[in-house]
Write a protein that binds this ligand. Structure first.
Ligand code: FMN
Ligand code: FE2
Ligand code: FE2
Length: 404
């Protein structure tokens, strides 16, 4: 059975949801599922904007066929060729042999690399080109590295719809609710949207900034944002644009402390808990604690993008940083995270090295500050090192008072 939603008079969502996939990109857990969005415009010409992952291919084809109701498909616009969207391109070509594919030079290269037979269907476009489909005229805007090099976004100048590819997307299945005003985004979606952005596109902040600048030039004309994952935005666009602006400039959203701890027998964890209590006692209640051994690194990364301060509390492990903590730090570096203030709690029973190693790691990243105050534990906290924890709290609170 087909399952579509009307977006505007003549534009339809023809995507679907995947609740079975455990790991997006085979790496990021998606307990709330994911949607693959595609959109069909029924103008004088019929135009499909992107396709979907193979997992929901049957639903997608049924949606498209039903809405076309016997009409041919004239155009397929491919904004992004990654297989979570491009996988069904060949199926579309087979079913609609007259279809013309509108996309970038690089996207056509990728289609061939993935083994699709696109010859005879190619209509290559570049930034600034336009196409008229009848009532609707669209223009294409290059969006390299958001999230692959071939990506573009398409703007419908007639009705102000921006087909934004992976930009402004989110993990999470839609389950009927297509529009941002049909969900409580700030309560139910923002964490998944942040985890999606920071882990998938987070490395490419400057590229997102350049796309936001281009969007800024037509901001008053953008009425709706149709991403390839998650809700369609038709109100309060400024809320999400502001989040994207902050994330892509690596600015924290909030003043607050994330305590990421690595502990085998619980003593480092106890120190982390004491720090959290002391911060709250002093009025800084925006504190979260994560065990790096049991929290997926995508969640750690997302929270690190959200908050201004990060406390790394780790045991020493074979003269090194505890492996899950090390993996978190490596991810942070790979994603080019910047502009955070760090504090360190180290632990070791015979040759404590984790503090110096974590400091060195973080100082090797761009625009990161590590506070001088630190807590060094020999197996556990005791009355000797207890005053250091108060000094650490002072240091964190003091650095929050400094203008950012
Ligand atoms: C496999 C393994 C390797 C360790 N390597 C070191 C080490 O190189 N240097 C050190 O001081 N302690 C080392 N330790 C000891 C722990 O870091 C230590 O017991 C820790 O201080 C206890 O903190 P926790 O209760 O938070 O786990 C090691 C422990 C294990 C299990
Ligand atoms: Fe992508
Ligand atoms: Fe995607």
């Amino acid at each position: 059975m087909y399952c579509v939603r009307k977006v505007t008079d003549d534009l339809y969502w023809v995507g679907g949801n995947d609740h079975r996939l455990a790991l997006f990109e085979n790496i990021h857990p998606i307990p709330r599922g994911v949607s693959y969005n595609a959109y069909l415009l029924l103008d004088e010409k019929t135009v499909l904007f992107d396709t979907v992952d193979w997992s929901i291919g049957r639903q997608f084809i049924e949606n498209v066929e039903t809405l076309l109701a016997g009409r041919p498909l004239d155009y397929l616009v491919v904004n992004h060729m990654e297989p979570d969207h491009g996988a069904s391109i060949e199926e579309i070509i087979l079913r609609y042999p007259e279809v013309k594919i509108i996309s970038t030079e690089k996207a056509f290269l990728f289609m061939r690399q993935f083994g699709f037979t696109v010859d005879g269907h190619i209509e290559q476009v570049a930034e600034g080109d336009t196409r008229c489909f009848g009532k609707h005229t669209v223009t294409f805007i290059a969006a390299p590295m958001v999230h692959w090099p071939e990506a573009m976004v398409t703007f419908d100048t007639t009705n102000g719809v921006l087909f934004s590819a992976d930009a402004f997307g989110s993990f999470g299945a839609l389950d009927g609710k297509l529009f941002n005003d049909e969900v409580n985004f700030d309560r139910d979606w923002i964490d998944d949207a942040r985890r999606y952005y920071t882990n998938i596109v987070g490395k490419y902040g400057p590229h997102v900034q350049s796309l936001l600048k281009k969007a800024g030039g037509i901001l008053d004309q953008i009425k709706m944002i149709c991403p390839l994952h998650g809700p369609v935005w038709r109100s309060g666009l400024g809320y999400f644009l502001d989040k994207y602006d902050k994330w892509s400039r690596y600015e924290p959203e909030e003043q607050g402390v994330m305590i990421a701890y690595a502990s085998m027998y619980g003593n480092t964890e106890a120190a982390a808990a004491l720090l959290a209590s002391k911060l709250c006692e002093r009025g800084m209640t925006n504190v979260v604690m994560y065990d790096v051994s049991s929290t997926h690194v995508s969640q750690l990364i997302s929270e690190t993008f959200r908050l201004s301060h990060v406390v790394l509390a780790s045991v020493t492990y074979n003269l090194g940083i505890y492996p899950p903590m090390h993996s978190y730090l490596m991810d942070m570096k790979a994603l080019n995270l910047q502009k955070r203030t760090f504090a360190i709690i180290e632990n070791g029973s015979w040759a404590c090295r984790s503090g110096a190693l974590m400091r060195e790691f973080v100082e090797g990243m761009r625009d990161m500050e590590v506070l001088d105050e630190k807590v060094s534990l020999a197996s556990a906290m005791n009355e000797n090192n207890a005053p250091d924890m108060d000094t650490l709290v002072d240091g964190i609170l003091e650095s929050m008072r400094k203008p950012q």
